[in-house]
Design a protein. Structure first.
Length: 163
């Protein structure tokens, strides 16, 4: 029987925030690397049936990651993560936006601020992932586009990578 790992997904429409708490059966340095090294992120940061590719990444304050996801119908969706705060093995935060392949932000799609915290406890790592949108409309659009399903599948993929 498989150990069940803690997972919680909640939406707060008063603050336009999605919060995810997730447990991983791995030590913190491994989970940290999986979120901060492109060669590892690309192995799990996409829903099932999709492939993720990082075009460029500079994981430092003021840096960014430009990436795309390639889908089963040959579609591509580009995104950018900027990094505004980084505390080694504790967390990082920044902005997440849809872009084109040249990192031009597509304003018609939701953009958000995110904060990810890492906590190690008894050889396991817990993350707290908070995504805040500038409006309720953007939060609801993100949910309509499949944010919950996509993140759930991606985090399950991370479990596989960490094994």
């Amino acid at each position: 029987m498989k150990n069940r790992l803690f997972f919680d997904f909640s939406v707060d429409k008063k603050t336009n925030t999605i919060s995810i708490q997730r447990e991983f059966a791995a030590a913190l340095p491994l989970v940290w690397d999986a979120w901060t090294k492109p060669e590892i992120i690309d192995r799990w940061w996409a829903p099932e049936g999709w492939e993720c590719k990082t075009k460029s990444m500079d994981f430092k304050v003021g840096g960014l990651r430009l990436y795309f996801m390639h889908g089963p119908a040959d579609e591509e969706h580009w995104g950018i993560n900027t990094y505004t705060k980084i505390q080694l093995h504790k967390g990082f935060s920044g902005k997440d936006c849809f872009t084109d392949e040249n990192a031009n932000i597509i304003e018609e799609y939701p953009n958000s601020d995110y904060k990810i915290e890492f906590i190690e406890k008894e050889g396991r790592t817990f993350i707290k992932h908070h995504t805040t949108y500038p409006s309720l409309d953007q939060l609801e659009a993100s949910l309509t586009y499949g944010f919950e399903e996509g993140m759930t599948m991606a985090l399950e993929g991370l479990d596989e990578v960490l094994r």
